[in-house]
Design a protein around this ligand. Sequence first.
Ligand code: GDP
Length: 143
Amino acid sequence: MTIERTLSIIKPDAVAKNVIGEIYDRFEKAGLRIVASRMEHLSAAKAGEFYAVHRERPFYNDLVAFMTSGPVMIQALEGEDAIAKNREVMGATNPADAAAGTIRADFAQTVDENAVHGSDGLDTARAEIEFFFGNDGVCPRTR
Ligand code: GDP
């Protein structure tokens, strides 16, 4: 077990449903601590850069349009095996495949509006946290 940090985004569909608090509750009950948090309405340029890895995918333009359709809540989460734990709490990419009790099963209906983002590995977690919070935007939990 190692203490990791991961980047989480509550996407515009879930922000619009007003379930930020319920989703934060899932993180905290899973032992994940919020160490940075900000609401932001992403520009197309910023959303496009964040999802640049998907640039060649057929859904890229739809994804950028969705991610800029309203504000998102961006947070860095910390805890033991935080990257895998967050992915577990999120559920599968397609809500139809997401296990019962996961965020995507409970708060999303379709793959194109699936409530949350979570980093998928150590390198992406580091890069994604820096993308949104820079070098000094994360607050160590000193108690
Ligand atoms: P994730 O790591 O579980 O978020 O999944 P991926 O990295 O594979 O995909 C990134 C995001 O692209 C997903 O969370 C969806 O929002 C979106 N996405 C993936 N597949 C599709 C699709 O077939 N259509 C649309 N519109 N969006 C998709």
